[in-house]
Write a protein that binds this ligand. Structure first.
Ligand code: C2E
Ligand code: SIN
Ligand code: SIN
Ligand code: FE
Length: 404
């Protein structure tokens, strides 16, 4: 994670105040990306340097990684290099030693790769290990280009080591939290696949489309990003109740009889039973979605015939995503519709099947949706969150090798 210093010069007193508040500020942040950003920003201010990059060791892959902003408006790019690389960073990570260079380009171990990617010219460079309280190296803090072109001195080394020690437990906690959260999402996603794979050719794209549309709808409706993220992750489970349906109904290649359709409707009740009383926030939202995603705004849906705002908003959102995607995809009982026809159907059903506010939001995001369905990579799409131009799906990863 890097931060490039652009702020004004600070007085010694201001620096001291920053140093004192450093621990308090970082201990309140549990999201790893935000934490690393905050640490890098504060270090750049306290040490008055042109750039601060934090590398962490990924023990599973035996790599060092960081996120680098490539320029204004561009997404963070993940940089990864094997621990065995012959560079400054990997040397510090392997040995736990500090490296202090007055002119980085004169040192044969220095790699220009990151400078090239970020359009930055490193002069002085200081890299210290990030160690936890048992002395294990977790990563590397690297700062470059001290103000006034001075070399880094003993004092700077001491401060950077102190800051890395202060930051280490927060970084360890945030890393653990991220791993747990990732494991939870993976479990939910695999559960969602279980529910969908019997009746769908392309389960992955169905789940991906539904979660992206739901996320964009939530953001456009003004929900804060963390709530939109919950909606995104919960939406994949809306049809979990289908696991309880018999093959002769779910996989019937033609139209269902009225009796069969009554059985089909029960997937909402089954989903509700599976998720009822859940403790986690994502599963609580998934409960509302699976129970009520076939209710209609006009009260003619199922299982309860709820009307208008009696239907939870989360369910009104996922309905729009689900029906649009179902129309666009092939099913054993129907052909895929043209995207434009499906779009027109959504507009026509505003105020009948669907909440007019959600359809209005769908109309706004439709340019992005059309791209999604024409297989343009999603990370080139524009999201609805101000200042967040990219939908965080696939990260760009730059790999650095020995030769770099
Ligand atoms: P699904 O295939 O995922 O479809 C979800 C929802 O998308 C449907 O909910 C419906 O609101 C909408 N939808 C899908 N295809 C069409 C279509 O061709 N025309 C229109 N107007 N809307 C469409 P619905 O109807 O409550 O159905 C729920 C689930 O029941 C469907 O999920 C599907 O698994 C099953 N199903 C519905 N009709 C049939 C059928 O005729 N044959 C079979 N084998 N299954 C059906
Ligand atoms: C990891 O590789 O351990 C995490 C990478 C990330 O945060 O993107
Ligand atoms: C309506 O009943 O008003 C229209 C809803 C639908 O066609 O499903
Ligand atoms: Fe359903």
């Amino acid at each position: 994670m890097q931060y490039t210093q652009t702020a004004k010069k600070l007085t010694a007193e201001e620096k001291l105040r920053l140093l004192v508040s450093f621990g308090t500020r970082i201990s309140s942040e549990i999201r790893l990306d935000h934490l690393l950003n905050s640490i890098a920003r504060q270090i750049a201010q306290i040490l008055d340097v042109g750039r601060c990059i934090i590398f962490l060791i990924d023990p599973d892959r035996e790599e060092l990684w960081s996120k680098i902003a490539q320029g204004k408006g561009l997404a963070y790019t993940e940089i990864r290099m094997p621990l065995t690389t012959k560079g400054i960073i990997s040397h510090v990570a392997k040995t736990g030693e500090t490296i202090n260079l007055q002119n980085a380009y004169e040192d044969p171990r220095f790699s220009m790769a990151i400078d090239m990617v970020t359009d930055f010219r490193t002069h002085s460079l200081l890299a210290v290990p990030l160690k936890n309280n048992t002395g294990k190296v977790l990563g590397v803090f690297q700062v470059a280009n001290k103000a006034d072109d001075l070399p880094f001195d003993r004092n700077d080394e001491g401060i950077l080591l102190l800051l890395s020690t202060l930051a280490s437990s927060s970084i360890e906690i945030a890393t653990l939290y991220q791993e747990l959260y990732g494991a939870q999402l993976e479990t939910l996603y695999r559960l969602a696949i279980t529910a969908e794979y019997r009746d769908q050719q392309d389960t992955r794209s169905h789940l991906k489309n539904i979660s992206i549309i739901s996320f964009l709808l939530a953001g456009t409706l003004g929900m804060p990003k963390h709530e939109a993220e919950i909606i995104k992750n919960a939406s994949t489970l809306h049809d979990i109740g289908k696991v309880a349906l018999a093959d002769n109904i779910l996989l019937k290649p033609g139209k269902l009889t009225p009796e069969e359709f009554e059985k089909m409707k029960e997937h909402t009740i089954y989903g509700g039973k599976i998720l009822e009383g859940a403790k986690s926030k994502i599963l609580q939202v998934a409960y509302k979605m699976s129970m009520y995603h076939h209710e209609k705004w006009n009260g003619k849906g199922y299982p309860k015939g709820l009307k208008g705002e009696e239907i939870p908003l989360e369910a009104r959102i996922v309905t729009v995503a689900d029906v649009f995607d179902a129309l666009c995809q092939f099913r054993v009982y129907k052909d895929a519709w043209k995207t434009q026809d499906a779009y027109e159907y959504m507009l026509k059903e505003s105020g009948h099947s669907f909440d007019p506010r959600v359809v209005a939001a769908f109309k706004k995001i439709y340019p992005a949706i059309r791209k999604l369905y024409s297989h343009i990579p999603v990370n080139q799409m524009t999201g609805p969150f101000p200042g967040d131009e990219n939908i965080p799906t696939e990260n760009t990863v730059i790999r650095m090798t020995q030769q770099d």
